[in-house]
Design a protein around this ligand. Structure first.
Ligand code: PHE
Length: 431
């Protein structure tokens, strides 16, 4: 059977923006900026995205397009034994998706609570078994999308959801900036503290956030690249990266003005999105409508990211065993729901824990932080060191000096930065 392709360059770009823009942009990025030097954090973050994230994105796309297949079979075609590395990546993505779906399902629940004007207390919500219902619903939405194929599912979802997200985001930014707490909120969010730039932890946070936010190093762009025609990789990757950063920065302009308008403390972590913000929405004017819009936007972002993650194991099953898409999607969906179950149960009455923390927090650390870095290392080493150089050059428009600089970044820069981030994340623990 012939391999499916994107219907157009725009379709591919929208699907990749859908993958990159997620909970990481709208919820995680703002509080990481607030906690790591405000506006000054944008410097290490920009460096991380442009110098290291972008080359890795291009490499992934190049491997995918050149081999014309998904991560396990692509790695196998580079060297037989690298198939195992491909499997590790598939496992990491599936594990990340498991807990990512749990957060996605909370977002869906909150969107509905606000839409029906029934704001819900986080502890009351997660203390019940209601989250499990939403977990199943979110999983099903992702499953149905991926099952419908590259064009008819993944691309189509992003074609609707990304413009929808942009419209809501623009509206919310304008609204927030006219609120009384706007100046104070933006002050907290962006006023630069350059002294923080000497702290290695700030740089490690920037690198971790950049790789997570770009969805890079997970075989997603590799898989997406295998559905590409002849479009220019570098330019498209740059568009995706810039859109991702822009949406992250704008999200902060929504969140902090609202938090300060409601006179609340800008918390970090789970608290910000699921306790502080919902409280803010119940206190400001038009809050329920704004809350519904905000969580709907977040759900759109999360859904398209989850879809891109599910595509990685699905495509791997299809390419390695020749499974039809529908069967592969069903199997992967079932596996991911099982993998996500401990995380889904960790904030319920069961309080499932690992190493003294809720299982979900553990999963975010073990898979979403450490696992992600290991996967990125595998991609950069297999692609940068073992794929024939001329093959990469052919994908990125020749072997001129720009490509040489780019290859040096891939072979030395990216692995070095990932190693440093890995070591740093080990010492930091989950805190
Ligand atoms: N980039 C997505 C976000 O910002 C999350 C993600 C991480 C998606 C890793 C795929 C892989 O939320």
């Amino acid at each position: 059977m012939e391999r499916e392709q994107w219907s157009s360059t725009l379709g591919f770009i929208l699907a990749s923006i859908g993958s990159a823009v997620g909970i990481g942009n709208i919820w995680r990025f703002p509080y990481i900026v607030g906690a790591n030097g405000g506006g000054a954090f944008l410097i290490p973050f920009l460096i991380a995205v442009l110098l290291f994230g972008l080359p890795l994105m291009v490499l992934e796309l190049a491997i995918g397009r050149s081999t014309g297949t998904s991560v396990v079979s692509a790695f196998r075609s580079i060297r037989q034994r690298f198939a195992a590395a491909g499997l590790v990546i598939v496992a990491v993505v599936s594990l990340i998706l498991g807990y990512y779906l749990v957060i996605t399902s909370w977002v869906l629940a909150y969107a509905l609570f606000f839409a029906f004007n029934r704001p819900m207390d986080f502890d009351a919500f997660t203390g019940s078994y209601l989250p499990l219902v939403f977990f199943l619903l979110s999983g099903l939405a992702v499953y149905v999308t991926v099952r419908s194929g590259v064009r008819g599912g993944i691309e189509r979802a992003s074609r609707y959801l990304i413009p929808f997200l942009l419209v809501i985001l623009t509206f919310l930014v304008i609204f927030s900036l006219t609120e009384p707490g706007a100046a104070e909120g933006i002050g907290f969010y962006l006023s630069p503290d350059f002294s923080r730039l000497t702290d290695p932890a700030v740089w490690i946070a920037a690198f971790g956030q950049a790789f997570f936010s770009l969805s890079v190093g997970m075989g997603i762009l590799l898989t997406f690249g295998s559905y590409l025609g002849r479009e220019a990789l570098f330019r498209n990757a740059a568009i995706i990266a810039v859109a991702d950063m822009l949406i992250a920065v704008l999200a902060g302009l929504v969140i902090f003005p609202l938090v300060f308008t409601a006179g609340l403390d800008p918390a970090a972590g789970v608290n910000l999105a699921f306790i502080t913000l919902p409280t803010a929405f119940t206190e400001i004017q038009y809050g329920t409508v704004l809350g519904a819009l905000f969580f709907l936007m977040l759900f759109a972002a999360a859904l398209t990211s989850a879809v891109s993650m599910l595509e990685v194991p699905t495509a791997a099953l299809m390419d390695s065993y020749g499974y039809p898409r529908k069967r592969a999607t069903l199997l992967v969906f079932a596996a991911v729901m099982v993998l996500g179950l401990p995380s889904a149960l960790s904030y319920t009455a069961l309080n499932l824990e690992a190493f003294g923390m809720p299982f979900l927090d553990f999963a975010d650390y073990a898979f979403g932080t450490i696992g992600l870095i290991v996967a990125g290392l595998l991609v950069s080493v297999v692609g940068g060191w073992f794929m024939i150089r001329t093959r990469i050059c052919a994908e990125i428009g020749g072997c001129g000096w720009q490509q040489k600089v780019y290859m040096a970044l891939i072979r030395y820069g990216v692995p070095a930065v990932l190693l440093i981030t890995l070591v740093g994340s080990f010492f930091r623990g989950t805190g």
